[in-house]
Design a protein around this ligand. Structure first.
Ligand code: C2O
Ligand code: CU
Length: 505
């Protein structure tokens, strides 16, 4: 069992802990029974069971029909132990096939990666699948459905892998999962995709957000990175950062009117684990009146760096330490780029009489915005070897044969070639973005390092935001044999062609 002193963030959140190792019974917290009897005659033994199913959830007083894992939004937080095998059974109670992907986990067990048609057959309604894997890295991850538009429903949840030896010093932690929401409020994700497919992008987009008072600056103090430039353009309404107008932005399933609360004490060190689980929204995230000391990107350690705000593309994760200060609470705010509204949670100080500002009260925009370009990788593992590597064109484009079709390396998913890579081959993917949309590009089973001019080791990432008309190259070594997906983590782009098969053999 875990040290709950440290992880008490908010006990109303349900949590699955499976630190016991293979075969050991999982531990349930908050009234959750694991491995309870199922309809199937002999369910496979598992440490945890997840049940995706149609559900009604309450979002700030509204009853909303959607699909969830086990009835909650987000689904239950799963905590694993680094290096310990786990068996998670998924019982599909949805009316459609599904799979679960453990995003960012560099698992060696390819058949547990959850990509339908690539690593497994999708789990039919009423069927089950046993995911067995060992998480090699500690860190902040999440899991989500990899079938159709299911991610843009409620089928996502945080996945925390606890370190075999935690070296970061902190008193408390909180997991904050961001999401853009429309399901059951403004149609369904499938209907949105249909609209985009029949009419193209113009009809899927809402009006741009009002610009904040002042633009963001880069953390490095020098030239603003392309990410910062894009954020400023998006905030000024000059660039589309998404295709779909989501009416709500949530933190841990809660809208600004009923914000998620993080209870803290003044002066302690709080580890915030941010996850962007949105389908179509990039956020600028900050805690009012506080600096963020960023310690991890996409789960893995970076050289700690201080900023006011984080730029988070879809599926990116950042860990940051804060020291609560001031009187009263502070708002944790995520501004959706190029969209209206905001996501809000509250940092609530113990023993304080002052109140946290109202969720819709004006915001003083933060000055410094951090992107991957401001990060330096920690020397936790080999630097990517220099020298010869194969360069592969992975340019990002619209395919003009249909109103809404996206391609990678000149091919859309349907009928595309397998990209064949030899085991341990050093490769470079070049993401030349030939569109006016940002694309968060994600590779399964591996991490990569963005190629940098100049000094410093780039951080390891599994998802990288490629801004409009920008080119980002990433280097990686194909050390994990299997069939892996490479795709844009915009759920709508992904479903509309923006994925390729990478075969490492
Ligand atoms: Cu989080 Cu293939 O995705
Ligand atoms: Cu995209």
């Amino acid at each position: 069992m875990q040290s709950n002193e440290r992880t008490e963030g908010n006990l109303t959140r349900r949590r699955f802990i499976a630190a016991g190792g293979a075969g050991a019974a999982g531990l349930a917290i908050g009234g959750w029974a694991l491995g309870r009897a199922t309809a199937s005659s002999e369910p496979t033994r598992a440490d945890l069971v997840l049940r995706p199913r149609p559900s009604e959830v309450e979002i700030g007083g509204r009853r909303v029909a959607t699909w969830t894992y086990d009835g909650g939004l987000p689904g239950p937080e799963v905590r694993l132990r680094q290096g310990r095998p786990v068996r998670i059974r998924v019982d599909n109670d949805l009316p459609e096939p599904t799979t679960v992907h453990w995003h960012g986990i560099r698992l060696r067990e390819n058949d547990a990666d959850g990509v339908p048609g690539l690593t497994q057959e999708a789990i039919e309604p009423g069927g089950s699948y046993l995911y067995e894997f060992t998480p090699p890295d500690a860190g902040t991850f999440f899991f989500h459905s990899h079938a159709g538009m299911q991610l843009d429903r409620g089928l996502y949840a945080p996945l925390i892998v606890e370190a075999a030896n935690e070296t970061l010093d902190y008193d408390r932690e909180a997991v904050l999962v961001l999401d853009d929401w429309l399901d059951g409020v403004r149609g369904t994700p499938d209907e949105q995709l249909e609209t985009l497919r029949s009419e193209g992008m113009a009809h899927g987009m809402g009006s741009p957000s009002p610009a904040p008072g002042e633009p963001f600056g880069a953390v490095g103090g020098g030239r603003a990175s392309s990410g910062v430039a894009m954020a400023n353009l998006a905030l000024a309404g000059g660039v589309d950062a998404g295709d779909v107008d989501h009416p709500l932005h949530l933190v841990n399933g809660r809208p600004p009117e009923a914000p998620f609360q993080v209870d803290v004490r003044r002066g302690e060190r709080v580890r915030l684990r941010f996850v962007n689980a949105a389908a179509d929204t990039i956020y600028a995230v900050f805690v009012e009146g506080h600096e963020l000391r960023v310690t991890h990107a996409d789960g893995l350690a970076v050289e700690p760096v201080t900023t006011d705000a984080l730029l988070m593309g879809m599926a990116e994760r950042f860990d940051a330490l804060i020291e609560p200060r001031g009187e009263g609470g502070a708002r944790i705010i995520a501004v959706p780029l190029g969209k209206e509204g905001r996501a809000v949670a509250n940092l609530r100080l113990a023993d304080s009489r002052a109140r946290t500002p109202a969720p819709d009260a004006p915001v003083r925009p933060p000055r410094r915005l951090l992107t991957h370009a401001d990060l330096t990788g920690a020397e936790m593992e080999e630097a990517t070897p220099r020298g010869e590597r194969r360069t592969i064109d992975m340019s990002l484009a619209m395919d003009m044969s249909e109103p809404y079709l996206w391609s990678i390396g000149g091919q859309t998913m349907e009928g595309s070639d397998e990209v064949q890579i030899a085991r341990d081959e050093p490769v470079r993917f070049v993401f030349a973005n030939r569109t006016m949309m940002p694309h968060p590009m994600h590779l399964h089973g591996h991490s990569f390092r963005p190629v940098r001019r100049g000094e410093g080791l780039a951080p390891l990432k599994d998802t990288i935001l490629v801004t409009p008309m920008e080119t980002v190259a990433v280097d990686w070594t194909a050390d994990n044999p299997g069939d892996w997906a490479l795709h844009c983590h915009n759920g709508y782009h992904h479903e509309a062609g923006m994925m390729r098969h990478i075969k490492v053999a």
